[in-house]
Design a protein. Sequence first.
Length: 95
Amino acid sequence: MKPEPKNKAAFEDMMEKNPLFRKAYAMRCEGVSNKHIAEKLGRSITTIRNWWTKSTLPNRGVCHKRKPEEITPLPKAEERVANGEEPEETLESLT
């Protein structure tokens, strides 16, 4: 499920001006945590959270409060791992 921005113009502006934001958003749509997004992109977790705020996306911490046993991996991610793809290859295909 893709998070919906409150202000589409602000979101589209971030998508247009910041290529790392596009990658971060793609990772978020696959269920990657803010911490892991920050590590993969070489940015701080605060920067990632600021991107979500500037683009008017809801903070993940507020949206996803489930117990670990209730969380199931996304089928897309499972399929890609089964096919031997790396996260970087997946991101390249989205940009």
